[in-house]
Design a protein around this ligand. Structure first.
Ligand SMILES: *Cc1c(COP(=O)(O)O)cnc(C)c1O
Length: 250
């Protein structure tokens, strides 16, 4: 995989139909899991959006997923996402881009050029940088953002600890360039996912008291999407269960 070096693998000709069959089957399995989880939770299937996390996978996979009806695509690194978004657009596929990775201040101006929803706002510096980026790059189109919540409060892994959510929400609300849409989390290692998602659900409910438009709950990945849906996830971010196991990051 060449994504780590900033290059994107090119679409081949051999194997394209095999890959399409593989993605079709995986998508069927993931959609069935989401449907079952919604049913078990007494929730409407249309309440949950599948975001395909395509990091390390090629443009061709995004185009195939889009053709299969997956219109929400997520990436976690700007260096990979920016050229990928441009290539997907050039291929004529219309998708919504979700930025789900740790944000660096100097990448914000690039991210706002293609992102439709940024899931990972976790500190005032990033609120300011995104707002400034929007003002320069897309002044007529405010950026939808989620606050990434750290359930265990470990600063190393990103996210604002629960007690800081309200204050950060206020910072976002003060910026006309940004629209607060809700919260996101990654279940901490070593935690029972259900416990983490229940904590996020409480934080999301508390946030909605002051910010009624903050209705998005982005939670759940390949291994724990059922627990997330049980606790109110509106967006599940699924990578490996759809696209295959990624090689370990170098
Ligand atoms: C990679 C990633 C995912 C998808 O993880 P899988 O376990 O492959 O489903 C979801 N959210 C974030 C923030 C990620 O970086």
């Amino acid at each position: 995989m060449t994504a780590a070096s900033g290059r994107l693998p090119e679409a081949g000709t051999d194997g394209d139909s095999d890959r399409r069959a593989e993605l079709t089957a995986a998508l069927g399995r993931v959609r069935a899991r989401i449907a079952r989880a919604c049913e078990a939770a007494g929730r409407d299937r249309s309440d949950v959006t599948l975001v395909a996390i395509t990091k390390t996978y090629p443009v061709a996979d995004v185009v195939t997923l889009a053709a299969l009806g997956v219109r929400d695509i997520g990436e976690n690194r700007d260096q990979e996402a920016a050229p990928k978004a441009a290539a997907v657009a050039a291929a004529g596929a219309l998708v919504r881009w979700h930025f789900v990775g740790r944000l660096q201040r100097n990448k914000c101006r690039s991210v706002v050029r293609y992102a439709d929803l940024v899931h990972s706002v976790d500190r005032p510096e990033i609120v300011r940088a995104l707002a400034a980026g929007v003002a320069r790059e897309r002044p007529d189109r405010p950026l939808d953002v989620l606050l990434q919540v750290s359930i265990d409060g470990d600063p190393a892994r990103g996210g604002v600890p629960v007690p800081g959510v309200d204050r950060l929400a206020g910072e976002v609300a003060d910026r006309p360039e940004l629209t607060l849409r809700g919260v996101m989390t990654v279940a901490p290692l070593g935690w029972e996912p259900a416990r983490a998602f229940e904590t996020l659900a409480d934080a999301a409910a508390a946030l909605r008291v002051g910010y009624p438009t903050a209705t998005v709950v982005s939670a759940g990945m390949s291994t724990d999407l059922e627990a997330a849906i049980r606790y109110g996830a509106t967006h599940v971010r699924v990578g490996s269960a759809l696209l295959g196991t990624r090689p370990p990051l170098g």
